[in-house]
Every structure is written in C-alpha cells, then in structure tokens.
Write a new protein. Structure first.
Length: 557
C-alpha cells in the first residue's frame, strides 16, 4: 500500500494545527486519503505540540508508530520523536536552533536556516511554518503551484509574505524523497467536530448552546462562525447548568436544539438531562470524552464515560446513546440523533472523544447512507390538548407556543396527561410506563439503521470488539492479523440482535478500549455476553495498530 506519515512539531502557539492542515490539503491534491492526529498540552503557549499527517492510497483512521518525514521547528520535536524515524526517513529541521547530535544511521537530513530566513524578511516567528512547509514540498517532490494554491486558500493574513518565505524554504538545496501521485478523488478533510456540526445542521438545527470545553469546543467555534450562513442561533452562556436549562427552554418552544460539553460539564447537566426525560423535551447532547476523572488531562483522549452516559440523571427514562467511529459516522449519527430526539421527545447523547472530535479524516458524502427526516407527531387541534397524552408508542402529539386553544404545560414534577402535578400512585406508574414505552418502539425503528459495524475477515473465529474512535485502528490491525472487527455504534437501546448476529462464529473476543475498566465489556456482560480478553489503554493517548498487533501476537493482554 502506498502511504507515508509526516510529523510536524513545535511549541503550542507555533501554528502547528494550521500547518498540518495545509500539508494534508496538499497531499489530498495528490490523490491521498488523509488522517491527522493532533497532540497538544493544555497550554496557550509553550509545551510541546505536534501533528501526524498520514497519507494513504486507502482510507485510514489512525496514525502509526513510524514516520517518514519529520519537520522539526524546535529541539523538542527532534528529541521526542527521533525514535519514530526509520532508515529511509527524511528530517527537515531549523538548523539555527535544532541540533541533530546523536542521530545515526541512514536518515536523510535536510538543514534549513529557517529562523534566519524569516528574520531576513522581518516576518513574525509563526511564519517559520511557511518556510518549513516550503522545504517539505521540495523534499517530497510536490510542485510549487500546488503549495501556492493551498497556501492562498489556507492563510488569510499577509499571504504574499507567507508565500515569499515559503518560496525561500522551497529553494533551499536538499535531498528529495519523491511522492507518488495517485488517482483517488480529492475529498474534503473534516474533523469529527466539523462532521457533527454538519450533521446537526442537516437535521435542521435551530439553536446550539455550549460553554467551551475541550474536546467539544470546535463545534461551538465552527457554528458561531457560520451561524448567519445557516440561519442558526449560537449561544455561549456563563456555565454548563445555564447551557442545558436554556436548551430546554428552546426545546419547549419547538426548536431543534443541541448542546456540547465534556465530562465535567456533563456532570453539571445531569439534573437538566432528567428534566428533559420527565418533561419529554427533545434535546441532543454532544459529550466529548477526555481523560479523567475530574479535570484529568483536558487535551487528551479517553473512553471513560460510557456508563456515566448510560446512567446519567436521577430516575428512569428513555434516552438514545450513540458513539460514531469516524467523521462519516459522526455526520450520519448526529443527523440521526436529532431526528430520533425530535420523533420520540427524548434526549439523545452523541459520545465522541478527543481522538475523533479533533482528528481529521477524508470525508466522502457519497458513502453516507441517506436518512429520512422524521416528522413530529402533532396535535390534531380537535381534541382537548393533553401535552402528555398516553399513547400506544408513548409519544404524545405535540403543540408548541403560541398555539391557539392549547394550554401547553411542561412539568418536571410527576404529572398527569395535561401536565398537572400529581403524586397519585396509579398516575405515577402510568406516566412512568408511558415514558419508558418509547424505548421499545425506538428499538424497532433502529433495526433499519446500521447499528453495528462489521469489518475485516468475516469468517474469523477471533474478533476485536471496539467502540467510538477505535474503529479505524482496529480495522487496520485486523487486516494485518486476519481478524474480524465488531463495532457497536448504537449503545442504547443496545442492538442485541444485530450484535449477536455479528458475533456468530467468534470463539475468542478481545475488547479494545481507551479506559481502565473495559466499560463496553461490562455493558455486554449485562446481556450475558462475555469478552475473553481486554486490550486497554488509558494514558490519554490513542492506540496505534502496531500496539494492538503486538499485544495479540505476544498475548500481552
């Protein structure tokens, strides 16, 4: 398979994220599928930040341990990543500040006096990125015209000066490691957050409300930037409690509303989540997981909130929980989650994590299955309006203010069909059954959705069981080892029938999770499904395919 990886690194504030996207767009122009992994500390400036851009002739959804090009803007980048280089790697470095002492072997070294070249033009330090990208293009055999076009699209300020400095880097003599041009189509490159945003917009989002919290902040930033383009309202209140209560107010007046947060913010939202369940107010919550507990590692990844989401909120009520595995699934299931919330008047939770939310993928809309829009069950305007009318499905006909001749009473207290507060025993049981009945009908509806992904060797007797962003890395490891991959995407109501069908013929199952307690395996045990072995990682970093492969080969599980 034709592929290679580029690592660019420097201090936080150096513009590494923008630079990695520029590199990815150039490689995309050459026909490569792209995946970008971002790693950065919880600092505005300083520390060490880097991105790995993986380019492949086939779709990929993870990074690998080794790199083919190392772009070092500072000493840390070389020191921390030199072990990822192999005998045919090429390193481009700022010779004014980076010392390659101790670098032995046949690694190709292209020295560029980046700091000096930038100072000659009296340019800002951040333009060192343009210089090293220019040098990379020359070393990778990428035509100047491609870099010129991509820079003009990706940089809004001082483009002429950036191009001049990039040209200086391009013209520095150095060894070349040519890049093959492929015939794959040029595709958009989207982060998981961007895909979630577009899915919500496609579903008819009216209002998005969030308090900034990594890794979901990207949704807030994108939608705030584009709110006028799509005719939506984007609101940043003072706290996560205000976020969910405000969202419930918008839901009450009939708007499609979504909120975004991470674990710490979701903690504060749980009473509002229960309000949504009791008052039957549609709501979509994007829960971006990161390493915890408490503040944990704010900018690193984890899959530690599955059971939190399953059990969040006091009392018992129907909810929908889904964990997409890449950008295309993030788009599809965000759209679906909004539709489901609207149809069943329940909260939906979209579980992402830092790897998915901030990782970037080649996105092909043509491969996304079409979803029909779910219409709301509306009041017929004939009978006396009962906001909580007890129906066969549990879903009550809806009316929203201002509606003539309808008194629309929303109540977080137990209530009768009109919404009038009650503590009557029979009514309490009746209304609880009504709310929980929705789950049965939702489960039937979901049978038409691809709730469980199955990949790899479908006849294999060994399978990797994964969820969320581990989809891509597990598929890659399974291809190497001849295994099956089973990925439950809908996590509640759990798609037991589809999952058991996928598991048929499997004798040894490995759960692959970014947590310490095998949370998916614990959920499966609830349905008498036992996982044989666990491959767990909980240091804040995602798996690479090599890690999974080695653990299975040496049985280090």
């Amino acid at each position: 398979m034709e592929e290679f990886s580029v690592l660019i690194g420097g201090k936080a504030g150096f513009g590494i994220d923008t630079s990695s996207l520029i590199i990815a767009r150039m490689l995309n122009r050459l026909g490569y599928y792209i995946y970008i992994y971002r790693d950065y500390p919880s600092l505005i400036r300083g520390g060490h930040t880097f991105s790995i851009i993986r380019a492949s002739e086939q779709k990929v959804g993870s990074h690998r341990n080794s790199i083919d090009y190392l772009l070092a803007l500072n000493q840390d980048t070389f020191n921390l990543h030199k072990d990822k280089l192999h005998s045919n790697s090429l390193i481009i470095y700022d010779s004014n500040i980076v010392n390659l002492e101790g670098m032995e072997g046949s690694v190709i070294k292209n020295a560029v006096a980046i700091t000096e070249l930038v100072k000659e033009e009296a340019a800002s330090e951040i333009m060192r990125n343009s210089c090293i990208i220019g040098s990379f293009c020359k070393a990778a055999g990428i035509k100047w015209e491609i870099l010129d076009e991509v820079l003009r699209l990706g940089i809004n300020k001082e483009i002429d000066l950036n191009l001049k400095i990039a040209r200086k880097g391009y013209e520095v003599p150095g060894q070349v490691k040519p890049t093959k041009v492929l015939n794959n189509p040029e595709l958009p490159i989207l982060t998981g957050n961007e895909a979630v945003s577009l899915g919500l917009i496609e579903a008819g989002l009216d209002t998005y409300i969030a308090y900034p919290m990594t890794p979901s902040s990207g949704i807030l930033h994108l939608l705030a930037e584009k709110e006028n383009d799509f005719g939506i309202k984007v609101i940043h209140p003072e706290s996560e409690i205000a976020v969910i209560l405000m969202a419930l107010g918008f839901s009450y007046v009939g708007e499609k509303v979504a909120v975004g947060t991470s674990g710490g913010g979701f903690c504060l939202m749980t009473e509002g989540l229960s309000f949504s369940g009791m008052a039957e107010l549609p709501l979509v919550i994007v829960l971006g997981q990161r390493t915890g507990p408490s503040t944990g590692l704010p900018t690193y990844t984890g899959q530690t909130e599955l059971h939190f989401a399953l059990n969040a909120g006091q009392g018992e009520f129907s909810k929908f929980i889904v964990a997409p595995g890449d950008a295309q699934e993030a788009y599809y299931w965000s759209l679906a989650a909004s539709n489901i919330s609207t149809k069943y008047q329940i909260p939906s939770i979209i579980l992402t994590d830092k790897t998915l939310a901030e990782g970037a993928y080649s996105f092909n809309l043509d491969e996304v299955k079409e979803i029909k829009e779910e219409s709301r069950l509306l009041w017929n305007k004939k009978d006396s309006y009962k906001r909580y009318l007890d129906t066969a499905s549990g879903v009550s006909p809806l009316a929203v203010i201002p509606e003539k001749d309808a008194v629309i009473k929303i109540n977080s207290y137990e209530h009768d069909e009109y919404g009038i507060t009650t503590e009557d025993a029979l009514l309490t049981k009746k209304m609880a059954n009504k709310r929980l009945r929705k789950e049965k009908f939702l489960s039937e509806d979901l049978k038409d959705y691809p709730q469980v992904g199955v990949y790899g060797n479908l006849q294999a007797q060994e399978a990797l069981i994964c969820w969320g962003s581990n989809k891509g890395v597990c598929i890659e490891a399974a291809q190497k080892l001849g295994l099956k991959v089973i990925q439950p995407i809908v996590l509640w109501p759990f798609p037991l029938e589809q999952f058991k069908s996928a598991l048929r013929g499997v004798k040894t199952a490995y759960s692959v999770e970014n947590n310490a307690t095998a949370q998916l395996a614990l959920l499966l045990k609830r349905f008498n499904i036992d996982i044989d072995k666990h491959i767990l990682k909980y240091d804040g970093r995602p798996f690479t395919a090599e890690e999974i492969e080695s653990k299975i080969k040496i049985n280090d599980i």
